[in-house]
Design a protein. Structure first.
Length: 132
């Protein structure tokens, strides 16, 4: 194998591409740009973007490895929520918690996220503050 380790892009149906190839191309480009932006973050050092998923209603999500941590970023501009992710990961590390699922798609409320922490059965709201 080669050293190229690209994320898998999911959520774009073949029919959607056939119906509107320009829109599908924009979604693919946005997904790749989001993966590049996420992997450039210092707070993700040691992690990689394994999956970029696009949902027409929910927007973009990432799956980070190791740990298969799902991060839902929401609709465009999804990359604008990446600084919130860094602040949250720092806070979780400080508390010695491991996230399994992080929802950052609560709109303009920058201080509110939902996190599913390893070992917990329900989502909990966490006011982690605005890191940016």
């Amino acid at each position: 194998g080669d050293d190229l380790d690209m994320p898998v892009l999911t959520g774009l149906a073949r029919e959607a591409y056939r119906e509107d190839p320009e829109r599908a191309g924009r979604v693919l480009q946005a997904g790749l740009a989001l993966a590049r932006a996420a992997e450039a973050l210092a707070c993700l050092d040691g992690r990689r973007v394994a999956v970029v998923h696009h949902d027409a209603l929910l927007g973009f999500s990432l799956v980070l490895d190791p740990g298969a941590v799902e991060v839902r970023l929401g609709p465009e501009p999804a990359a604008a929520r990446l600084p919130w992710l860094c602040g949250l990961l720092e806070e979780l590390e400080r508390r010695r918690l491991v996230a399994r699922r992080i929802l950052l798609d609560h709109g303009e409320r920058t201080g509110f996220v939902t996190v599913r922490v390893e070992g917990m059965g329900v989502d909990e709201g966490n006011d982690a503050g605005d890191p940016g």
